[in-house]
Design a protein around this ligand. Sequence first.
Ligand code: GLN
Length: 505
Amino acid sequence: MTDLTRLSAARLAELLAAGEASSVEATRAHLDRIAAVDGDVHAYLHVSDEVALATAADVDARRAAGEELHPLAGVPIAVKDVVVTKGTPSTAGSKILEGWIPPYDATLVEKIRAAGLPILGKTNMDEFAMGSSTEHSAYGNTHNPWDLERIPGGSGGGSAAAVAAFEAPLAIGTDTGGSIRQPGAVTGTVGVKPTYGGVSRYGLIAMASSLDQAGPVTRTVLDSALLHELIGGHDPRDSTSIPEPLPPIVAAAREGALGDLSGLRVGVVTQLQGEGYQAGVLARFHESLELLTKAGAEIVEVSCPSFEYALAAYYLIMPSEASSNLAKFDGMRFGLRVEPEEGPVTAERVMAATRGAGFGDEVKRRVILGTYALSAGYYDAYYGSAQKVRTLIQRDFDAAFAAADVLVSPTAPTTAFRFGEKLDDPLAMYLNDVATIPANLAGVPGISVPNGLATSDDGAALPTGFQILAPAKADDRLYRVGAALESALESSWGAPLLARAPELG
Ligand code: GLN
């Protein structure tokens, strides 16, 4: 019998529609896989067996009754724990939200439930999405399925590892500076950050509201397009949601898979390669450029000089917004409440004791940084300057997109590193996102496509990612180019990259 956990979501959906498998069978197969391997991988913080199986049984019954269903109905999915799910714990990887059960669903979760996708559970992440390795989770590390001693990327390491380890065919991630794309790169999965405003943020536990964006984590480009189409679109409950229909992303993915990129101009960003990028990562990147040329694309070099300051601007804007967003965790409204050990129990002292106990070091570091950058006397020098740099970066993108239809770079400068390697050096950790952060600052969409294996500095063969960026609201271009590259790469390898990952369990 077919192993239902090994199929793409699109293929599984076909089997379900044809009556060759049921959603209960598919959901059980994934729950069994989670039971078999998640002890080693730790992708999940919470597994919702009963809820998932109930959804699956309901979809099977509706299908049997001849009801018209969503194309992905019955295909199981995992959701990053920063997205609120009614009746299921949602901790954002933090102790401060331990035990909190949200009374409502995020808009994207409502859409997932309405379409009949069984939610397998909630995935591990860096606390409040702050990190690049998932080592900042308050609930332990997630392990990279390619090598259990290594990081799965972050902050959405749980979603990427779940999909890479065949513990879910689809997952939801969020990307503030790269948290969908960088985990995709280091686990050999596909990850998409849609255009800012393309997917509702209603019900996302906010880190930096002007940068946060939810998106798909999958094993194929087409699967990402199908999931993106399901969760995207205008939401009146999110004031920054784009009041327009999505571009034709599924059609673009199908067209791209045919492999013809004639007339397309691909811009290689000078500033997103070279120093700091591993030799193997760059070698795979240049090989893929050749494949795009063979598919008919024209490669041009574009310069985005302000990208050099993107990381610095991000680490002022993001902590500033985070310090304000996290002010609501005060020991009164949600989750944890800690009273001072001695002395009077005033609101302020409860707040201090709760935040002291409930937040991890990285969160505290960023709250302190953000409050400092926003304080009177420093606001103009730090936050104000960072906002000006943000405008310059947007202008660089405008100029680059006048010369090229899409921009490309390696997704992450290195392959997956070992646990602990960058934990004591926040700057080294932050540098993982040099190539992904500019897109968040400008609001433009990006995809990471599995780009083959490279030899790490310590001699292991590990996944790399190819990043494609498009102008705002032109997400369809990501899928066209991503699917073309994916099909060229897979025919050169003879199989999907993940077929080469070691067996688990
Ligand atoms: N790694 C980046 C950070 O630590 C991005 C995180 C994210 O996209 N959520 O802020």
